[in-house]
Design a protein around this ligand. Structure first.
Ligand code: HAM
Length: 416
């Protein structure tokens, strides 16, 4: 009987899944750099107000999902439920020059009911562009997300976009929506009745079927944009069309966080069930000001790592992709050579391993198998005298003799 298990809603990434996680992160990192984003790392916990002020007092995240605790000095701290607020806080605190483009890969924490694709600890891969106002940047951020999924071979992904207006047009829209909600109030779920008072737009997020039916007739933000927001949305969608990527306008896409204005978007997987949002984001032109900084337009996105992995198992772990080379030896003298070989392989960028515990080839081959090696280079006394190594393809069992001087180039051409 095991004495310890992981907490509910958390995951272990063990090989080979940890290799897939690495691949997703590396893909993200490389792409972010190609688009001019630099890495930012912020603390795992922040002062609680950082999230309450940004995500919104009425958001599910703040009302139900935060991991908040008091430290020994009675400060209220919260594990980050998402990446954006910490980035904004850090940009201002470190007085970074604007505009600036930043990316992060970080664990986030939300206390929600765990299910497939929804965890209490999960990883977000995010980009934030601060100080850029053009709606063409919005199109570029969406394009970034699409390119990311393309690179991972995830083709089953739908892009949904919308605009939720600005400070000028939103109050008028909210009033219209509130009037509508008051009329249907009795039929709404208790959560939506509450949302109606605190943050009416959030009702569009409700998953309750009855609420969704009642909301079919509700006014939507996009039909009530001011002329500037309308023109902005047109330019955004024209920019998206120019990139050639497919997208759909979803007039009910409001997103579950309070800081958004104008552009909102989401990447939805057709392959996932209820938790089908692979990632999302939008503009947050007022947040930096609300944090005490100068009025600064901003936009960003965050992609969920676990959902990306679930949406399509990523290639790279098939046996034919085994890159590790195990160097085997048969006696003390051969061990010395084998150690040199293993270091030489590593310096040539070939992953290589050696086991020191036993000179028995059978044992070493067994260890090579456990390690998932693709090839074994055997340093034997007789072969050493002839200046060759026996090289065994552990995937096919084929064995050949390769001269010591050709070992590196042979392995490089055989390892994919
Ligand atoms: P979000 O939609 O709350 O946006 O989260 C982004 C992504 O994180 C989701 O689409 C999903 O893939 C993943 N995610 C969220 N909660 C969970 C969970 N409990 N378990 C697994 N994955 C989850 C944001 O967080 C914004 N900060 C995005 C953004 C960046 N907006 C502007 N910049």
């Amino acid at each position: 009987m095991l004495k310890h298990t992981r907490p509910k809603g958390t995951q272990d990434f063990v090989p080979p899944q940890s290799g897939q996680k690495w691949l997703v992160e590396t893909t993200f990192r490389e792409l972010a750099q190609l688009y001019g984003y630099q890495e930012i790392v912020t603390p795992t916990f922040e002062h609680t107000e950082v999230f309450v002020k940004s995500s919104g007092v009425a958001s599910d995240i703040v009302t139900k999902e935060m991991y908040t605790f008091t430290d020994r000095a009675e400060r209220s701290l919260t594990l980050k439920p998402e990446g954006t607020p910490g980035v904004v806080r850090a940009v201002l605190e470190n007085q970074l020059r604007l505009p600036c483009r930043l990316f992060y890969i970080a664990p986030c924490f939300r206390y929600s009911r765990p299910q497939k694709g929804r965890y209490r600890e999960f990883y977000q891969l995010g980009i934030e562009a601060l100080g850029e106002a053009s709606p063409l940047v919005d199109a570029e951020v969406v394009l970034f997300g699409v390119r990311f999924f393309e690179r991972l071979g995830l083709s089953d992904c739908l892009v949904k976009v919308n605009s939720i207006g600005c400070r000028l047009c939103r109050p008028g829209f909210k009033e219209r929506l509130t009037n509508f909600l008051q009329e249907v109030n009795d039929g709404l779920c208790p959560d939506c009745q509450n949302r109606q008072k605190l943050s009416p737009l959030r009702v569009f997020d409700c998953k309750n079927e009855r609420c969704q039916n009642l909301l079919a007739q509700a006014p939507v933000p996009k039909d009530h944009l001011c002329s500037e927001c309308g023109a902005n949305f047109d330019r955004f969608t024209a920019g998206l069309r120019r990139t050639g990527i497919g997208f759909e306008i979803d007039a009910r896409l409001v997103r579950g966080l309070d800081y958004y204005n104008r552009t909102t978007f989401e990447f939805v997987s057709r392959a996932l069930g209820a938790q089908n949002s692979l990632g999302g984001g939008g503009r947050y032109d007022y947040l930096i000001e609300e944090f005490g900084g100068p009025a600064t337009p901003a936009i960003g996105l965050a992609i969920g790592l676990e959902r990306t992995l679930l949406a399509q198992p990523i290639k790279g772990n098939e046996p034919s992709h085994r890159k590790l080379v195990f160097v085997l030896w048969t006696g003390e003298k051969e061990l010395e050579v084998a150690q040199r070989v293993v270091e030489q392989l590593r310096s040539e960028g070939i992953p290589a391993q050696i086991a020191f515990d036993s000179p028995k080839l059978k044992r070493q081959l067994h260890l090579a198998d456990i390690a998932g090696a693709g090839y074994a280079v055997i340093v034997g006394a007789e072969e050493l005298n002839r200046g060759v190594y026996a090289v065994k393809n552990l995937m096919t069992g084929e064995q050949s003799e390769i001269s010591a001087s050709e070992l590196i180039s042979w392995l490089k051409s055989h390892i994919r």
